[in-house]
Design a protein around this ligand. Structure first.
Ligand code: HEM
Length: 183
């Protein structure tokens, strides 16, 4: 995963728990490079999972809750640093539909080594989107948080549910049902 993801995860942890706690937690976690990451580096996703687990042990919050919070944090980061991707989008569903064919395509041009998920979107109607998320990485709740934060960003509200009845052939896929409230 891109170093920027690690740097932002630690930045969120610092703002939540303070610098000293972060140093302690990282010292105790068994990390390959001692928890030092640069935005231009590339690190194994397992390291990210270990860091999340370490903060979960420290805080008592589940890894899933922490991943989801991190999704919100990352969406804020994307909005601040890559605002262009949000321009011209009428709402969150349009934004989510553009991730696979537009946004991540640009990300891949900038960083050919990026490890990106795949999204298959099906627009049910004006207020409803089915989004099939596929990734070999265990980041479903991170994705959930990004989707929630995307809906918030566009000043919309609604429900985002994982459909447990959808069992695609590929076990690395998760179906998100996004239903916006009528505005
Ligand atoms: C609602 C919109 C978005 C969603 C749902 C989304 C989803 C995700 C997810 C779930 C990942 C983790 C990798 C995986 O699951 O396999 C990821 C990675 C990433 N995304 Fe997006 N994304 C969104 C928008 C953006 C935007 C606006 C940018 C702007 C630059 C961006 C850039 C990246 C980058 C740089 C990575 C890391 C790749 C790596 O570590 O190698 N994404 N995205």
């Amino acid at each position: 995963m891109k170093g920027v993801v690690f740097v932002e995860l630690l930045s969120m942890a610092e703002s939540a728990f303070g610098e000293d706690v972060v140093d302690n937690v990282l010292d105790k976690a068994d990390l390959e490079n001692g928890g030092a990451y640069t935005t231009v580096g590339n690190y194994p996703c397992e390291e990210l999972v270990k860091i999340v687990q370490a903060f979960s042990d420290h805080s008592g919050l589940s890894p899933e809750v922490l991943q989801r919070k991190f999704g919100h944090w990352m969406m804020e980061f994307f909005a601040q640093h890559y605002g262009g991707f949000f321009e011209g989008k009428e709402g969150s569903l349009e934004m989510l539909e553009a991730v696979d064919g537009e946004i991540h395509v640009e990300v891949r041009k900038l960083y050919p080594d990026a490890e990106l998920p795949r999204f298959d979107a099906r627009r049910v109607n004006d207020t409803e989107l089915e989004l099939l998320y596929s990734s070999p990485r265990p980041l479903v709740e991170f994705c959930h948080g990004l989707i929630e934060a995307c809906v918030d960003r566009f000043g919309e509200s609604g429900s985002i549910d994982i459909d447990p009845t959808v069992k695609p052939g590929n076990k690395n896929s998760t179906m998100f049902n996004i239903k916006l409230n009528e505005q």
